[in-house]
Design a protein around this ligand. Structure first.
Ligand SMILES: [Zn+2]
Length: 409
């Protein structure tokens, strides 16, 4: 995938182009992309994406949109490029899109601008293909959580931004020479499902921990100096539990907005400075970025694991009553409708409580080895709950706990 973004001088919008080549493992009649920026609450915060062109090879026809619960004032939630015929499995298909994303003010989301800073992630149309599954055409959801399913791809990223801005993005782009006008930042990732980009007058720190290059930018030096050791701690502690850090670099942008953190491959948007959020978002580098999952259909496979990692690293107890809360841990994001608090409580808190209880029941040594094997065996693919069940198949006490919690069948 080649992604090329140009951020407007006033930070109000981003123009982009995307070129994707992939080889579907079953026959296809169209190419489908997900337009995350058209999610209703995201649009209400002043963001949206407009696709200005889309095409594919093999004689593809004119592109069209379906609503998929997107904000009604937008083109829709799914972009389709139809073929006039069935394209056989194993054919290399190349699709190109051009688009413009509007950035809202101070949104608690993956798009926005705040003060002199701008940020955007999942900004490009997201290829909705999963090997062994097909197209993910689930509706966009009603709250600003993740609902995409993306395969890891080889990514070349370029960002053109006002010369005054520093860019913090997936793949750790190096600083271009100082010029007036604009500067172009480029990076490469061997395997990434998505990217995030942040721009602004960051106070930067470049350090290395466990061989991982950490670039961290914050609006001021004090916040930066507070966060750097927290990320060092998170990388060291999580590596001990889950295996080597999945990327050569981690790029962290602390933005002057509040709302938590948002994980991307090799990058994190921080809208918070707490130790809990640092560990949670860093854990997503293993669970989401490396071991992928459908964030629409089985969101507990990344969120419960990130929350569980927080509990382990910080030696915290699971939240009271979480394990006995009604409702299965393995439920789709869309199934929660508007009930965002319930989505968080069941997916994150009940899911983490179930993993901790399963670990205690199975014996922590055996359990931790099985979790590392799961991460290794499912690296750079999209795991489903049955893959985790397979990894812990010799730990029946752990399986029983996860079945009772509705995480496994
Ligand atoms: Zn999370």
């Amino acid at each position: 995938m080649t992604l090329d973004f140009t951020l407007a001088g006033n930070h109000h919008s981003v123009r982009g182009t995307e070129k994707i080549s992939f080889r579907p493992d079953r026959p296809i009649t169209e190419v489908v992309f997900r337009l995350t920026a058209n999610t209703r609450p995201t649009v209400q915060e002043g963001n949206k994406i407009v696709v200005t062109s889309a095409s594919a090879d093999h004689g593809a026809g004119k592109y069209r949109f379906t609503a998929a619960n997107a904000d009604p004032g937008t083109q829709g939630g799914l972009l389709h490029i139809p073929f006039g015929r069935t394209i056989p499995a194993g054919t290399t298909v190349t699709a190109t899109t051009a688009f413009e994303v509007t950035l809202g003010q101070n949104s608690f989301d993956r798009f926005g601008r705040a003060g002199g800073f701008a940020y955007f992630a999942s900004a490009q149309p997201l290829l909705a293909w999963q090997r062994g599954f097909g197209w993910h055409m689930e509706n966009l959801i009603n709250f600003p959580a993740e609902s995409a399913t993306s395969e890891a791809m080889n990514v070349d990223l370029a960002v053109t931004a006002p010369a005054r801005d520093v860019i913090i993005a997936s793949g750790d782009p190096a600083d271009p020479a100082k010029t007036s006008g604009t500067r172009r930042w480029t990076s490469h990732l061997d395997a990434a499902r998505d990217v995030s980009v942040a721009a602004g007058p960051f106070a930067i720190s470049d350090t290395t921990v466990n061989g991982v290059k950490l670039r961290l930018g914050a609006p001021d030096a004090q916040t930066r100096n507070q966060l750097v050791p927290e990320f060092h701690r998170a990388i060291v502690e999580l590596t001990k539990r889950f295996g080597p850090f999945p990327f050569p670099s981690l790029s962290v942008a602390r933005l002057p907005a509040e709302g938590g953190g948002i994980e991307y491959p090799g990058s994190i948007l921080m809208l918070d400075s707490s130790r809990l959020v640092v560990v949670h978002e860093t854990a997503h580098q293993w669970f989401y970025a490396m071991v992928g999952d459908s964030q629409a259909l089985h969101p507990w496979l990344d969120e419960a694991f990130a929350q569980y990692a927080e509990n382990l690293v910080n030696n915290d107890q699971p939240q009271d009553n979480a394990l006995t809360a009604p409702g299965p841990v393995d439920a789709s994001t869309e199934s929660y409708g508007q009930a965002v608090q319930r989505y968080y409580f069941i997916t994150y808190n009940k899911g983490a409580a179930a993993l901790l209880a399963a670990r205690a029941a199975a014996g922590p040594g055996n359990w931790d080895r099985a979790v590392r094997c799961y991460a290794d065996a499912n690296a750079w693919r999209i795991a489903v709950p049955a893959d985790f069940a397979q990894a812990i198949k010799d730990l029946p006490a752990g399986i029983a706990v996860l079945r009772t919690a509705g995480a496994l069948k």
